[in-house]
Design a protein around this ligand. Structure first.
Ligand code: CP
Length: 301
């Protein structure tokens, strides 16, 4: 999201809206990317992102190949660089990368001539998640500028929080971040308008509330006493929603730990747009692939 201008973000969101129309047809297919080859390279688990990139490519008629670390020769000791060189030798047009290391997609883009899309790298960024979050907010609120958004939970380890803080700031949203002190990154005050450790305070007057999962896979040691204590202090409940604006919406990037960062009543209530986020994930990824491969945009350094 750091590389995108507000105009770029608006262009992707407008294109995503058009792409969503394709998914709503009886025949969910357009010929736009016929003859293009896309490799989804996922070196970390994923349900939503991997599936939606695959569906997005196929809805635009590209040939899509999925590879994961466990099923590739990386499990036999092949380096990432060698693997990318071998994949490039098969002449793909675009590689979608998810990796546990910050900066892996950027590094891969320097090793290859084909276009590289970041599908989530370590604690760094998850740009298409941020774009689908903004698309979902825009659908509900008809604007982004001036909205009060609360992002709460494990901010420090969340690439979703980071991409959204960068992207939403560019779109003029007022950002409040909230979490236990141990889960707030250094210099968070430079990325958000307000920082608090009280969820009850954070949600007052919110238009948008985004819950985040505790990234247990990225915690070196426990940052809170236990799940029950965490949930008591940082679990979103119906009582929090009463303090937000009457038409506030609730987002979660998934996967959800119900009963920890969010109560089941909140996930299932009318304010929840969690499954709209998933639907819009396909549209945003179609737009991303289209703009990079179909609309003649060039790779930039
Ligand atoms: N939101 C998200 O990235 O989900 P997955 O890990 O299932 O792709």
């Amino acid at each position: 999201m750091e590389d995108l201008t507000p105009e770029d973000i608006s262009q992707i969101l407008n294109t995503s809206k058009l792409m969503k129309g394709i998914s709503e047809r009886d025949v969910k297919k357009a010929p736009t990317l016929r003859g293009k080859t896309i490799i989804n390279m996922f070196a970390e688990p994923s349900t939503r992102t991997r599936t939606s990139f695959e569906i997005a490519g196929k809805r635009l008629s590209a040939d899509v190949i999925n590879i994961s670390t466990s099923g590739s020769s990386m499990s036999k000791g092949e380096s990432l660089k060698d693997m990318v060189a071998n994949l490039e030798a098969m002449r793909p047009d675009l590689i979608v990368v998810r990796h546990k290391s910050d900066g892996a997609p950027a590094m891969i883009s320097r090793w290859t001539n084909c276009t590289v899309v970041n599908a989530g790298d370590g604690r760094h960024e998850h740009p298409t998640q941020s774009l689908l979050d903004m698309m979902t907010i825009l659908e509900s609120k008809r604007k982004l500028e001036g909205l009060n958004v609360v992002i709460f939970g494990d901010i420090k380890n969340s690439r979703v929080a980071r991409s959204n803080m960068i992207g939403m700031k560019k779109m003029g949203m007022n950002i409040t971040v909230c979490g236990p002190k141990t889960m707030l990154p250094l210099y968070v005050e430079e990325m958000a308008d307000n920082v608090t450790t009280s969820l009850a305070d954070a949600v007052v007057g919110a238009d948008v509330i985004m819950a985040l999962r505790i990234q247990t896979e990225r915690l070196e040691k426990a940052k809170f006493p236990n799940a029950r204590e965490y949930s008591r202090l940082f679990g979103l409940t119906l009582s929090h929603l009463k303090k937000a604006k009457h038409n506030a919406i609730v987002l979660h990037p998934g996967p959800i730990n119900q009963g920890i960062e969010i109560s089941p009543e909140v996930v299932e209530g009318q304010w929840s747009v969690v499954l709209d986020q998933v639907t819009n994930g396909v549209a945003v990824r179609m737009a991303t692939l289209y703009l990079l491969l179909g609309a003649g945009l060039q790779k930039t350094e």
